[in-house]
Design a protein around this ligand. Structure first.
Ligand code: SF4
Length: 231
């Protein structure tokens, strides 16, 4: 019966506040690394969009789920000498103040190690850099490393980040990039999250920014908010 009451409470919160936790409002880690206006509009209107333009994303999600399922089901074969139990899709959150939460879901946690798996479709294997010093400013890898760094800072006991990159059309080979925990970069990340909150609050007062700036130039091309955005 308790479970049913909890379910009822969660459903009510979802209907009233747009999330299961109640009056706290949430910004997702994955949105902070991209266009702040897109993040604000997505959080404000709780947009979930699946369409033709996102078929690569859907395929990525399916491969992603398959990989996590494989790790879970085959852990006894994969674990070798690792004693820690793998935690798959572990939820993390961080209080931003004034009822706002930064939330996210890591792909895999094994003890002090946090993993993010990304599937890229339009990159050749050679184009994926061997290390992060080779990444250019407009690369989506900058967003992925920031997100992983956020998880490292949000998760108590996490020390080492691993970004493993796969191509869509073959599960191997992958490139494995190591991410160092960087608390200064996380402070910048939090500043951006708070900037998104300000944007949401100004939208609630009926204002839309006149000159929005995406994080990456390529973001506007397939943005679902193009029709209402002044850019
Ligand atoms: S069109 Fe560009 S600037 Fe406008 S919300 Fe989308 S990504 Fe941001």
């Amino acid at each position: 019966m308790e479970n049913i009451e909890e379910f009822g409470k969660r459903l009510e919160n979802l209907l009233k506040y747009g999330n299961i936790r109640g009056p706290k409002r949430t910004i997702r880690v994955t949105s902070v690394s991209f266009c702040p206006l897109k993040a604000a509009l997505t959080a404000r209107y709780d947009v979930r969009f699946f369409g033709e333009k996102n078929k690569e994303r859907i395929l990525g999600q399916v491969l992603h789920m398959g990989l996590l399922g494989l790790i879970k089901d085959s852990w006894s074969y994969l674990q070798g000498d690792i004693e820690a139990t793998p935690e798959i899709e572990k939820e993390v959150s961080y209080e931003l103040g004034e009822g706002w939460l930064l939330t996210g879901r890591t792909d895999l946690v094994i003890g002090e190690h946090v993993f993010e798996f990304k599937f890229l479709s339009d990159w050749s294997y050679e184009k994926i850099p061997e290390n992060l010093d080779e990444v250019d400013e407009e690369s989506v890898l900058n967003a992925y490393t920031e997100q992983l760094n956020a998880y490292l800072n949000m998760l108590p006991g996490a020390k080492f980040g691993h970004l493993w990159i796969f191509r869509h059309n073959e599960l191997i080979p992958w490139k494995k990039l190591e991410i160092k925990k960087d608390s200064r970069a996380f402070k910048e990340f939090l500043k951006r999250a708070r900037g998104i909150i300000k944007l949401i609050e100004s939208m609630e007062n009926g204002e839309l920014p006149k000159d929005p700036k995406p994080r990456f130039e390529w973001e506007c091309k397939n943005c679902i908010f193009k029709s209402i955005c002044s850019r």
